[in-house]
Design a protein around this ligand. Structure first.
Ligand SMILES: [Zn+2]
Length: 69
């Protein structure tokens, strides 16, 4: 559980439509590459002191289910 000070900036979206977002309500531009959205996250983090989350991944990415059998 974080405190009210722990605003987290992260990337939302899927392939070709990445958007940097933050718990403070800030949204970045929609980017076609994850790298560009990461730059937005980093810039926002520097500007505000909010915490960048490197890889959200669990819900934003297509899930590949691999069964080793
Ligand atoms: Zn923020």
């Amino acid at each position: 559980m974080g405190s009210f000070h722990d605003m987290q900036a992260y990337i939302d979206g899927s392939a070709l439509r990445y958007t940097a977002r933050c718990d403070c309500g800030w949204d970045g531009k929609t980017r076609w590459s994850r790298a560009s959205a990461m730059i937005d996250v980093g810039t926002h983090a520097v500007d505000t002191g909010h915490y960048p989350v490197p890889v959200p991944a669990t819900t934003a990415e297509p899930v590949l289910v691999l069964k080793a059998s």
